[in-house]
Design a binder for this molecule. Structure first.
Ligand SMILES: Cc1ncc(COP(=O)(O)O)c(C=O)c1O
Length: 398
């Protein structure tokens, strides 16, 4: 059967841009690329304790057997959601099959026709896709720019009459926007930049203008806050945030995600969130792993991660590489190279020297901002960090 021409043309174009993606089997090189910040994905104790928990509770089943609304809501779900809610100081937690599903399920269901979504321009693809499915109107604000966010809010709230920050369409629907809800979405650690917004200022503005703030904590869970509770809890902002998304495929080393929020939000999502309703639930094993992984979030391992992050930052300064790196104190550090071919070539050379560093290319990041993304882990050695940065310095100054 012929492969459709239009699709073939898209593949050809990608290839011409030297940006064709393919799936690779993970290698044994030094890990500067995975989201397994605390090494939980390979933790034998987590694996064994999960197995034991399933045996103790007599969960000898391999799958959920149906949607959570039909047969799939096994009792581990309830127990684990209660533990998650308590850990995160939230009224409720609702588990989803992945962070992608959680964001899709939230944004397609919560903002209504006539509502407004204001999103950071670098927001994750899962949120963008959720927004696409929503009937609300969406506008971006400049990355981590509180002033621009406020301008956008004022535009949609009609407190500003001369700020032409929105398109004509929104201005035409002025009367409706007055009564509409405004949802603001950001990430506490940006996945492709590693930086964070000023969440305190953002929460203050969100509150001042009577809007709903949503924070995706995918890359902050296990990294920021006591016991890695996330940036929102580190800043004691739980009560200011309408919903938080925590995901388990990053620092917790397993799979799934939860939306944290009020009881009303929980009930609403159970009723209207299609990515929760129309899919098979997670198997007991996945939920048990989440539960056990939470018990491993202890200060010692998180301190060890921060120790490596600090060493990385110190080395960037020592090697005078600060200009090429995006400022970050998270586990994600990005070196802007610019240009697909050059970025890929440097990544390949680092890989040949034994370090798995991934190139992040357009269209994942804006054209011209192609970069190398270094993910740091509690288990990375300081020697490896120093060596990979020294190699990088040589390569980018060729
Ligand atoms: C900020 C952010 N949100 C959501 C997701 C999706 O999470 P998951 O991998 O669990 O689908 C990711 C993962 O890439 C992410 O970086």
């Amino acid at each position: 059967m012929n492969f459709p021409d239009k699709l073939q043309q898209k593949l050809t174009k990608r290839n011409e841009l030297n940006a064709l993606r393919s799936l690779q089997v993970p290698s044994d090189l030094v890990d500067f690329y995975s989201n397994d910040y605390l090494g939980f994905a390979k933790s034998k104790p987590i694996f064994e304790q999960t197995h034991q928990l399933l045996l103790d509770q007599n969960f000898m089943i391999n799958g959920a057997t149906g949607s959570r609304l039909i047969s799939g809501n096994h009792r581990l779900y309830k127990e684990t959601e209660e533990l998650i809610a308590k850990f995160h100081n939230s009224e409720k937690a609702l588990l989803f099959n992945s962070g992608y599903d959680a964001n899709l399920g939230f944004f397609s269901a919560v903002p209504q026709r006539g509502d407004i979504i204001l999103y950071d321009e670098l927001i994750h693809a899962s949120i963008r896709d959720g927004i696409q499915l929503s009937n609300a109107k969406a506008y971006k604000f400049k990355h981590n720019d509180i002033t621009h966010l406020e301008k956008q809010i004022m535009s949609v709230r009609e407190l500003s009459n001369s700020k032409e920050t929105l398109n004509e369409d929104s201005l035409r629907s002025k009367s409706r926007t007055q009564t509409s809800n405004v949802f603001i979405i950001t990430e506490s650690v940006f996945s492709m930049d590693g930086d964070s917004p000023d969440l305190v200022a953002m929460a203050k503005i969100a509150n001042q203008y009577n809007t709903y703030l949503i924070v995706d904590e995918a890359h902050a869970l296990g990294v920021f806050g006591s016991q890695g509770k996330g940036l929102v809890q580190q800043l004691s902002l739980e009560k200011e945030i309408f919903a938080r998304i925590v995901t388990y495929g990053k620092a917790l080393g397993c799979h799934g995600a939860a939306i944290l929020g009020s009881t009303e939000l929980y009930t609403y999502l159970v009723n209207f969130s299609r990515s929760l309703i129309y899919t098979t639930g997670l198997p007991p094993h996945a939920i048990a792993t989440i539960q056990i992984a939470y018990t491993h979030l202890q200060e010692e391992i998180i301190d060890s991660l921060h120790n490596k992050i600090q060493h990385f930052i110190n080395e960037i300064h020592r090697l005078q590489l600060t200009d090429v790196f995006i400022k970050s104190n998270s586990a994600i550090h990005c070196c802007i190279i610019s240009g697909t071919t050059k970025t890929k070539a440097i990544a390949t050379q680092l890989q040949q020297k034994g370090f798995n560093v991934k190139p992040i290319l357009s269209p994942t990041v804006p054209e011209g901002e192609e970069r190398l993304r270094f993910c740091l882990h509690s288990f990375n050695s300081k020697d490896n960090i120093s060596t990979v940065l020294t190699e990088l310095k040589t390569l980018i100054h060729l």
